[in-house]
Design a protein. Structure first.
Length: 127
């Protein structure tokens, strides 16, 4: 009887542990309005190269000099690496002017999910 209970307990524990990473992920459609695309141009002030998604922070200045701080969620590092974008490529852009296109947050906060990043010289960074 003990080997059967041990096997059942191990199976249940394995199922619970396997579900934890899946529960941590979210639906993009739940957080972002996938029907709208906006464009933000400003200074890339910070990059967090991390899983499950890279984070980018851009300060956008309006005509009167007021700054809006944007938080942006991008692709995971592995996706970018497979597209030829290295960590150093992105980190070297901090301080540069970028234009980012993406879907805005549904809650109206200054957050978006990134589709495309274009540098001031017109080069595009795959996202």
């Amino acid at each position: 009887m003990k080997p059967i209970l041990h096997g059942v307990g191990t199976t249940i524990l394995g199922m619970v542990l396997a579900a934890v990473p899946a529960a941590a992920h979210h639906s993009a459609a739940a957080q972002y309005d996938l029907e709208k695309t906006i464009r933000v141009t400003g200074t890339l002030v910070k990059v967090e190269w991390q899983n499950p998604h890279n984070q980018y922070y851009v300060d956008e200045k309006d005509a009167s000099g007021n700054v809006t701080h944007w938080g942006m969620e991008g692709a995971p590092p592995g996706h970018l690496y497979r597209d030829g974008v290295k960590r150093s490529t992105i980190l070297d852009l901090v301080g540069s002017t970028v234009t980012v296109e993406g879907n805005p947050a549904r809650d109206g906060s200054k957050n978006l999910t990134v589709h495309k990043m274009t540098l001031a010289d017109g080069r595009e960074i795959p996202m």
